[in-house]
Write a protein that binds this ligand. Structure first.
Ligand code: GSH
Length: 284
């Protein structure tokens, strides 16, 4: 995800961003947007070491990211006592990479993990649901669980790459090496690639509706599962390109927010605040 943004981002986002959450202590959202590679804005201060909640669970996260939003929503919705640390600008520090050579967020630290840390949003939600017996979010029955897993793997492997290619340029996030958007290609080629990715979203999106939801309010049935949290969070990014979501998806996202309340709205607010900021920077 993005490690770069403009120097004034922190001021503007401070206005639009969310208040710190009640259970999980966070740094102000403005700090979330401290630009790491931007030479002058590179944060000098070291990220404070994450403190643990009573349970010992620590979450290192970046506020504008929907990968992170997924775990932040889940932890709140499940009522897991945890402590969040904003690691913007610190994911490639020797200290962070010593623990997490993939330099990714979200990352949790929890007692009993063989390497002390765990990254990948879906793996984190699966682990925490297993550990705390949260069957409501992640059913135990193999067949039901397999559907949740399938939806999440399909999202990470198919839908998310399209969403990233379509939205990262507008979000000012760097794209992955090898992508047209990451190359020295002419802006027209980059724009074509972005448009092609945006046009590719509709098909997998419909699969979530017709196959995984299959007439149920959520993929999980009457209640949102971890796959629903992952899907709704992902769709939040599409607002940055004014993607015309189908009606079912708009209703679905509203139903997620209604069902999960503040647990959803607070982390979503950080993502929405960032999107509002980047959109405000686009010349009219
Ligand atoms: N598939 C991963 C994606 C994680 C990811 O791309 N994290 C980005 C933020 S959106 C990140 O931490 N980037 C910081 C870096 O690479 O240094 C997940 O779902 O957790």
């Amino acid at each position: 995800m993005a490690k770069t943004t403009t120097k004034s981002a922190k001021k503007l986002v401070a206005k639009a961003a969310m208040k710190p959450v009640a259970k999980a202590a966070t740094k102000p959202a403005a700090k979330a947007l401290k630009a790491k590679p931007a030479k002058k804005a590179a944060p000098k201060a070291k990220a404070k070491p994450a403190k643990a909640g009573k349970s010992g669970l620590k979450l290192s996260m970046l506020k504008p990211s929907v990968n992170n939003m997924s775990v932040r929503v889940f932890a709140r919705a499940a009522g897991l006592d945890h402590f969040e640390t904003d690691v913007w600008g610190h994911t490639r520090s020797p200290e962070y990479m010593g623990r997490n050579p993939a330099h990714l967020t979200p990352m949790i630290e929890d007692k009993g993990l063989p390497r002390g840390v765990l990254w990948e949003s879906c793996a984190i939600m699966q682990y925490l649901a297993n550990k705390h017996g949260l069957e409501k979010f992640y059913p135990k029955a193999p067949a039901k669980r397999a559907m949740i897993d399938s939806a999440m793997f399909y999202l990470i492997g198919t839908l998310y790459p399209y969403v990233a290619r379509a939205t990262y340029p507008a979000l000012n996030f760097p794209q992955y090496a090898g992508e047209v958007g990451h190359s020295d290609a002419h802006p027209d080629r980059k724009s074509e690639a972005q448009k092609a990715a945006a046009a590719s979203i509709a098909e997998p999106l419909e699969v979530f509706h017709s196959f995984f939801r299959n007439g149920k309010p959520f993929i999980g049935g009457k209640n949102p599962s971890i796959a629903d949290i992952r899907l709704a969070a992902t769709l939040e990014f599409l607002a940055v390109i004014d993607y015309a979501l189908p009606e079912w998806a708009r209703d679905y996202m509203a139903a997620m927010e209604k069902k999960l309340g503040k647990a959803y709205a607070e982390p979503a607010g950080d993502v929405r605040g960032y999107i509002a900021y980047v959109k405000s920077q686009v010349p009219a």
